[in-house]
Design a protein. Structure first.
Length: 74
């Protein structure tokens, strides 16, 4: 239940952010995925959910951007 609250708060923050900030979030998430995959080859990883969580965050941001695009197009 606490996880849902964090996710809702994160969504409110993302919706309030500008397009440049959303692009930065996507870039950072993609960089985390890349770094995880690169580091995985040399040492064991503690947080193996990095890829899953980062992909979800990317999806959330892209969904928000698409909603904005559709809202301005109507």
């Amino acid at each position: 239940m606490a996880e849902d609250k964090k996710t809702r708060e994160r969504l409110v923050d993302l919706r309030a952010a500008g397009d440049a900030d959303l692009d930065a979030v996507v870039f950072a998430a993609r960089k985390r995925i890349y770094q995880f995959r690169k580091d995985r080859l040399s040492k064991p990883q503690e947080n193996v959910k990095v890829v899953k969580n980062s992909r979800k965050e990317i999806a959330r941001v892209l969904t928000i951007k698409r909603e904005r695009e559709l809202a301005t197009g109507e």
